[in-house]
Design a protein around this ligand. Structure first.
Ligand code: NAP
Length: 343
């Protein structure tokens, strides 16, 4: 956003300070533009982004947080979080993120709702377009998180929100799922969490996993395997979701990967919990990503572009926990603060 007054430049300085705010000068053809520049913009409002906001706000950097499509990130879709230190009886995921936001705002972080449409990281100040508006920023922390991975079936796409869902916490209590057989796909912590949650609503919960051993942590696996309402279907993959012609879920066609046999399991809902993909397509070609699309971190939370830092699920394919995302958000804030102070 540019001001509408004329300024004569008599020196080479291209950063100026007015009323404690930083502006920048950009020479165009026969003109000079004056633009307001954020010190730090945080893309993403999950655990990583909000922790970065708390730290940069306390450092007096007046951070701007862009929420993205899912304010609060994936943690808001989790029920009780039992492993975040400091909450001996657990805390609701939404509540945890909400508290982080309040904490960040208390120190001056500004939260802006909106989805980033594009970024230009080729020159500073970096440019971020959010819902048509340009934001210029001296530094950026990318904490754009991850999204639910899909099975990749045509029927999955066609029946999404018609019985196919990626979030039991969000959709499990819907009337269409009450006292009905339900299917959860996956064998990790997310799938186990979804299956356990759905036992409150479904008549039976089938857990379809492509191997004969759960990937989930021991405590989650034990809870699932000892729950009489959860029936694991081992060594099996979903090859089709029925019934597109009825415009609702009536069952899944599954293939046993050992015997190749095909069978149908009747159900009213399919909850896909097979992991995540990083939300990084916006940055492709501008910063270094690995083969799976995760942002490559260098020397802490730095990326291949000086002044751009990354934290949380958009770069972490190894730990992917709320607490590690928060930890990375803290590290990114400290790295960004040092970068800004050295400018
Ligand atoms: P995950 O650990 O990557 O597990 C994904 C599961 O889906 C695996 O069992 C995998 O099978 C299966 N899978 C992947 N692609 C598939 C496909 N195309 N078709 C069928 N099955 C497929 O993902 P997650 O469960 O979402 O967990 C992600 C991270 O978040 C983990 O670090 C987890 O510990 C953490 N988390 C923690 C909690 C908690 O502590 N309460 C809750 C949720 C998540 P294979 O096992 O054969 O690879």
């Amino acid at each position: 956003m540019y001001g509408n007054f004329v300024l004569t430049i008599k020196s080479d300085f291209h950063r100026i300070f007015v009323s404690g705010k930083i502006y920048f000068l950009e020479k165009g053809i026969g003109a000079v533009k004056l633009g307001y520049m954020e010190k730090i913009t945080i893309i993403g409002s999950g655990c990583a982004g909000l922790t970065a906001a708390i730290y940069t706000a306390r450092a007096g950097l007046n951070p701007l947080v862009l929420t993205g499509m899912m304010p609060g990130g994936l943690l808001t879709t989790t029920g009780i979080v039992e492993n975040f230190p400091g909450f001996p009886v657990g805390i609701d995921g939404f509540e945890l993120v909400n508290r982080m936001q309040q904490q960040a705002e208390r120190f001056g972080a500004r939260i802006k709702m909106g989805v980033v449409e594009s970024v230009n990281l080729a020159k500073t100040p970096f440019s971020i377009i959010v819902e048509g508006e340009e934001i210029n920023s001296q530094s950026i922390i990318i904490a754009s998180g991850a999204s639910h991975k899909r099975l990749g079936l045509e029927s999955e796409k066609l029946l999404e929100k018609k019985g196919v869902t990626y979030c039991a916490t969000c959709d499990g209590a819907l009337p269409i799922f009450r006292n009905q057989p339900l299917v959860v796909v996956g064998g990790g912590d997310s799938a186990c969490e979804e299956a356990l949650f759905l036992t409150r609503f479904g008549s039976v919960v089938y857990l379809v996993h492509r191997r004969d051993k759960l990937r989930a942590s021991k405590i989650m696996a034990e809870r699932v395997l000892s729950n009489s309402k959860i029936k694991p279907i081992w060594n099996s993959v979903v090859v089709d979701i029925l019934d597109v012609t009825k415009d609702k879920v009536t069952g899944v066609k599954i293939k046993n990967v050992k015997t190749e046999s095909i069978s149908v399991v009747d159900c009213a809902g399919v909850f896909v919990a097979i992991g995540h993909v990083p939300n990084t397509s916006l940055f492709a070609g501008q910063i270094e990503l690995n083969d799976a699309g995760y942002i490559v971190q260098k020397n802490g939370t730095m990326t291949s572009v000086p002044g751009v830092f990354a934290a949380g699920d958009c770069c972490d394919y190894r730990y992917r926990q709320a607490i590690t995302a928060a930890g990375q958000g803290c590290s990114a804030a400290i790295d960004a603060e040092r970068y800004l102070s050295e400018l």
